[in-house]
Design a protein around this ligand. Sequence first.
Ligand SMILES: [Cu+2]
Length: 151
Amino acid sequence: MGKTIIALILFFVLAQFSFAQDNIVISDAWVREVPPGTSMSAGYMTIENKAKNDDKLIGISSDVAESAELHISKVDENGVATMEMIKILDLPSGEAIELKPGGMHIMLIGLKESLVGKDSVRLNLNFEKSGEVKVEAPVKSSRSPTGGHNH
Ligand SMILES: [Cu+2]
């Protein structure tokens, strides 16, 4: 009887705790499958800041790549696709930012292993206020156009 009550209290305390930690919500994460020997790939996701305070994405890393950067694809006035690195991404309170083909993406640079046949890739996102958020991003092959992604 006493144990049940303690277990219940513990459950609610833990439930509250994990809820409070849920400031950053990641959805629809995926990483593009690339042929073996390809040195780069890209990851996409939606990042939502559910906290009352603004936050910033200040760093990204992954076990499968030497480094990871946030990029944005752009088309210049000559119609040439380029990309720019975003060092710090502002995440205003209550807003969701979508990383998708042809727009913002996480560039995985210097792949250490083939992504073919891998179920998912771990991405570590570092936020100024919310700290590190780990994401298991499924690896998907994409037959769709490259979305202006020219690496
Ligand atoms: Cu890129």
